[in-house]
Design a protein around this ligand. Structure first.
Ligand code: HEM
Length: 115
């Protein structure tokens, strides 16, 4: 997520002159031990996410599609699991990669038995 400074800005011990292009990374912020318990542990059942999850940005340009994305991500897998209770991951486990702004998750193959 790129940003341009409109005025000189002090960030930590540096002064960033006006007109600088910044590419801040949200990833370390999402591992902030002041916010998350055991921040380096992957846990998709976490209950300590702040309500305004950083994955959707912040400020006036915060994601406009957040509600839709959340609904799809919650309802889609839940509907699949309900329709196919035998659904199981098969093959290699998924791998999380990437850095800076966006992380990628490799494919997760699933299968089910037909009875
Ligand atoms: C998990 C899915 C999604 C994630 C993680 C995500 C993340 C983000 C982030 C971080 C931003 C802020 C970018 C910035 O500040 O420069 C953003 C902006 C935006 N997103 Fe999403 N997004 C998702 C899904 C969607 C969907 C489904 C839609 C539309 C149907 C959408 C529409 C937008 C729009 C229009 C903006 C620009 C808002 C603005 O500039 O005022 N996003 N998104």
């Amino acid at each position: 997520m790129q940003r341009f400074t409109l005025e000189d800005r002090e960030i930590g011990e540096y002064v960033t002159p006006a007109g600088s292009r910044l590419i801040p990374s949200t990833l370390p912020a999402m591992r902030d031990p002041a916010v998350y318990a055991d921040p380096d542990r992957y846990d998709n059942r976490r209950t300590d996410h702040p309500r305004a999850h950083m994955a959707f940005g912040a400020g006036p340009h915060r994601c406009l599609g957040e509600a839709r994305a959340r609904a799809e991500l919650q309802e889609g897998p839940a509907a699949q699991a309900e329709r196919r209770p035998q659904l199981r991951p098969i093959g290699a486990p998924f791998v999380i990669s990437g850095h800076s702004g966006i992380r990628r998750v490799s494919e997760l193959r699933v299968g089910w038995s037909v009875s």
